[in-house]
Design a protein around this ligand. Structure first.
Ligand code: ADP
Length: 399
């Protein structure tokens, strides 16, 4: 059985075709600059090199057509026809309070997702375009929606309510939703399996540190708190996002710089985080780590501030779960940046964590990086959101 996983952004479309018998990727790729000039598709069949082709993609339907053309192509393709695509799994950013689980897409579900568009105006409409384009081209292939927010729907009220007038929640649905749920679920599950334990018996803190970053407290197998909030802007300092700030700063800067609130929030999303802190140097941790080593004080500050915030969240979730058994790092920085894990680790001695620095230096693989004596197991578990989406799609389509 082959499942096509689609992750559709406003001008991009990422895809993976996964053979579910062996859980291997047959091909993956990305369409970029859809609806803009110079659009292109980069297609990578397993075991072969990536081919990038410039093609005219005025909309996402055109992009899906190129994806199918590449997947079924005589030389770079991996299947002979569309019939070999058994189901499609779509990554959907926001499922609101409506969706606590993945669902088969039908007209009723599509209408319910559209109702959530208001909550994620940058992401959900783009996800919907992906769904509609696939439906147009492959009307008979079953499709499943997997939501970034779903895993966090188990949070208790005390974790998701903000200290705001209750009407804002009641009427406008202002609450913590949390994101990266597919990754937090996958990684915490995998960590328990590696340890040979039942996730239901563990208190796990997952640090998903990528360009976007969030920490989740997973207690007895469910999410009980997470650092991203109403939008993905809250919580950790990220590549370009500010994370937690005093909301009064928005009004203050808007007056000082003559910007609208929306414009200041745009700065908080796109020009802040470690990019902003490093004086515009980079949002990429490889550049920042190198610059800091070469004596760039702003880059060093950005790293310090970033790690301090991660450590604060770990501490607060250890408090909210009344303990922690396992801390897991995942995503680009969590999996690859030993320095960040070491710097965060330096704040966590009081929890009884101790890193084995030799093991911590190993990159991008499943590994326990704490010492035998460490009271809290610390590990690296690479995330695989596409596989998680494919597994959900397989489960629901019953294929
Ligand atoms: P996204 O949220 O866009 O999926 P990623 O999970 O790819 O982001 O994370 C991007 C970050 O991961 C960048 O800051 C980058 O420096 C870091 N990163 C990715 N790969 C490596 C690597 N091999 N070594 C060090 N850092 C890496």
């Amino acid at each position: 059985m082959n499942i096509l996983v689609i992750n559709c952004g406003s001008s991009s479309l990422k895809y993976q075709l996964i053979d579910m018998e062996k859980e291997t990727v047959l091909a993956k790729g990305i369409c970029e600059r859809i609806g803009i000039d110079e659009s292109s598709i980069s297609h990578e069949p397993a075991g072969k090199s990536k081919i990038t082709t410039k093609v005219d993609m005025p909309d996402h339907t055109a992009a899906v057509k190129y994806v199918i053309a590449n997947l079924t192509d005589a030389s770079v393709g991996v299947v002979t026809s569309l019939d070999e695509i058994d189901a499609i799994g779509h990554r959907i950013v926001h499922g609101g309070e409506e969706f606590a689980n993945s669902v088969i897409l039908d007209d009723t579900v599509i209408a319910a997702i559209e109702k959530c568009n208001d909550l994620a105006p940058l992401h959900n409409p783009a996800n919907m375009i992906g769904i509609n384009s696939c439906k147009e081209i492959m009307p008979n292939v079953p499709m499943v929606a997997v939501f970034d927010t779903a895993f966090h729907q188990t949070m208790p009220r005390k974790a998701y309510l903000y200290g705001l007038p209750y009407e804002y929640y009641d009427k406008y649905k202002v609450r913590r939703y949390g994101f990266h749920g597919t990754s937090h679920d996958f990684v915490s599950n995998r960590a328990a399996k590696i340890l040979g334990k039942d996730r239901a018996d563990l208190k796990i803190i997952v640090c998903h540190l990528g360009n976007g970053a969030s920490v989740t407290a997973v207690k007895n197998g469910i999410s009980v708190d997470t650092s991203m909030g109403f939008t993905p802007l809250e919580g950790l300092i990220m590549g370009t996002r500010s994370g937690d700030i005093d909301p009064a700063i928005i009004g203050y800067i808007s007056e000082k710089k003559g910007l609208s609130a929306e414009e200041v929030i745009d700065v908080c999303n796109k020009e802040s985080g470690v990019l902003g802190l490093s004086g515009g140097l980079s949002s990429d941790f490889r550049d920042l780590t190198t610059a800091a080593l070469e004596g760039d004080t702003k880059a060093a500050d950005a790293l310090e501030t970033y790690c301090y915030r991660v450590a604060k969240y770990i501490g607060s979730y250890a408090a909210s779960m009344n303990g922690v058994d396992v801390i897991v790092y995942t995503a680009g920085i969590g999996e690859n940046n030993a320095k960040v894990r070491e710097m965060v680790g330096q704040y966590l001695g009081y929890l009884g964590t101790e890193l084995d620095l030799e093991k911590n230096a190993i990159r991008g693989e499943e590994i326990i990086i704490s010492t035998e004596e460490s009271r809290v197991i610390t590990m690296v578990v690479p995330t695989n959101e596409e596989l998680a989406i494919a597994r959900e799609t397989k489960r629901l389509t019953g294929k």
